[in-house]
Design a protein around this ligand. Structure first.
Ligand SMILES: Nc1ncnc2c1ncn2[C@@H]1O[C@H](COP(=O)(O)OP(=O)(O)OP(=O)(O)O)[C@@H](O)[C@H]1O
Length: 437
């Protein structure tokens, strides 16, 4: 349950807010996807129904239902419900919420669910302030984050919470959400006679990246800007293309533009354009992006796009992460810039990501029995079973290399790693060729 002001605010959003807010499901039955979390018999489903909720962290991409699920929980349990947004709140707001929760418990014997959006944006001392009250059960914390909580949320809070990972919403489920919004007479466009072509729906779905808010906002823009023809509003492919584009410019302040900037930033590093890379870095710093968030993207880029063409890129990136953690802003900008420029100017190879993705695919598609000669023989009786028997020890051979199969028998000679003729990796390539001569 929410307090009276929060309820009034919610109701007014429900009536007047954007389509995505108006269509926010209020019950588990209308909530799509995330079966692994809320499906029948799953722990959260049971906890909600039994009103026995413990603190939780909801982790996953935007628009996948983290806030929605927290609100459903609020509606369906007997606790108070109140919210904080970690981007806009400070320690005073946290203390106010705590004292509200303490009053509620002592006066009415009611616990309070505190939903904190973007909890990773709280610093350590802000997160620490919550701890004793989470620990003694005054507060049931539900923290939502798009960032991996094991890196970003205080381990003490994590260990007192259940972590639930939200997945991107599937295409079929997004279609359901869109069709429902088009037909819903009360909160959607059911009264407007909206027709969406199959092609338009597919286009919106394909460009929503599993984000229901993004899909609904595109539909909203389409309907609100398309005049009626013969009593119908027709959303065809050209309208859909416009809407999913324009939405990026007009709608999202923190949401899409944040992700678009990161995307431009990473693409500039990958594209070996140091000027553009440092420009997007500056934009992220100016818009208040967390330095550790930026540093993590740099680390990923160092491995994904530079890889073994210059193995030092990963070292530089990891060290930049550690350094900004110690230094913070404003000087942290120099450290980040150094790493970004290093990576933008380094030789490039995506051989590592290709290799691991191919290998993961192969693991899914093949039997993965370890060949007999590679099996562990360090236990009695292993040799009788033929384990490890015909294994050849490479150091006993010329060049410290011997030709031998290391893959499951069904996959002999599969190739996952194809070193590129780039930077240090070209030396790796030559070396492998020399071994195999
Ligand atoms: N699982 C879902 N089922 C039905 N509708 C959904 C679902 N997830 C999201 N939506 C729709 O998208 C809107 C935004 O979702 P929500 O605010 O729950 O996302 P979120 O995961 O909290 O995202 P963010 O991290 O950006 O805050 C909702 O108001 C709702 O209309």
């Amino acid at each position: 349950m929410m307090n009276i002001f929060e309820m009034q605010y919610e109701n007014s959003i429900k009536k007047n807010g954007p389509l995505a807010q108006r269509m926010r499901p209020a019950t588990l039955e209308t909530f799509v996807g995330q079966e692994h979390i809320v499906g029948e018999g799953k722990i959260l489903n049971r906890a909600i129904k039994a009103d026995k909720l413990s603190s939780a962290i909801f982790y996953g991409p935007p628009g996948t239902g983290k806030t929605t699920l927290a609100k459903i929980i609020a509606e369906n349990t007997n606790n108070n419900f109140t919210t904080l947004n970690a981007v806009t709140s400070g320690i005073k707001d946290i203390k106010d919420k705590i004292s509200y929760a303490v009053d509620q418990l002592s006066m009415y014997n009611k616990r309070t669910i505190l939903f904190i959006d973007e909890i990773h944006r709280f610093n350590k001392s802000q997160q620490d302030a919550l701890l004793p009250y989470v620990e003694n059960g005054t507060i049931i914390l539900i923290g939502a984050t798009t960032e991996n909580p094991y890196f970003e949320v205080n381990p003490a809070l994590i260990s007192r919470s259940l972590v639930f990972e939200f997945k991107k919403i599937t295409d079929d489920d997004i279609i359901k959400v869109l069709k429902k919004a088009a037909m819903d007479k009360e909160n959607g466009y059911g009264a407007k006679n909206v027709k969406i072509t199959e092609e338009a729906i597919n286009h919106i779905v394909n460009n929503s990246n599993g984000d229901a808010r993004k899909a609904l906002s595109a539909l909203e823009l389409g309907v609100e800007t398309t005049p009626e023809t013969d009593g119908e509003i027709i959303i065809d492919i050209s309208v859909a293309e416009e809407c999913i584009q324009q939405k990026k410019l007009e709608y999202d302040k923190n949401g899409d533009s944040h992700y678009d900037t990161i995307s431009a930033f990473i693409k500039s590093m990958r594209g070996s354009d140091p000027d553009a890379a440092v420009f997007w870095l500056a934009k992220m710093i100016k818009s208040g992006e967390d330095p550790k968030f930026i540093a993590r993207r740099i680390i990923i880029c160092a491995s994904e796009d530079v890889g073994n063409a210059d193995p030092r890129a990963l070292e530089v990136a990891v060290n930049a992460f550690k350094a900004v953690e110690i230094i913070g802003f404003p000087e942290g900008r120099i450290i980040l810039a150094q790493a970004v420029l290093y990576i933008a100017c380094a030789p490039k190879s995506n051989a590592s990501i290709i290799a691991i993705d191919r290998a993961m695919d192969a693991v899914e598609k093949n039997a993965v029995d370890v060949p007999l000669h590679l099996k562990d023989k360090h236990y009695s009786g292993a040799e009788k079973l033929g384990r490890g028997v015909s294994y050849k020890y490479p150091h006993d051979y010329e060049k410290f290399y011997v030709k031998q199969n290391y893959l499951p028998d069904t996959m002999r000679n599969s190739t996952f790693y194809q070193p590129k003729e780039s930077g240090y990796e070209s030396r790796i390539k030559k070396f492998l060729e020399y071994l195999k001569q």
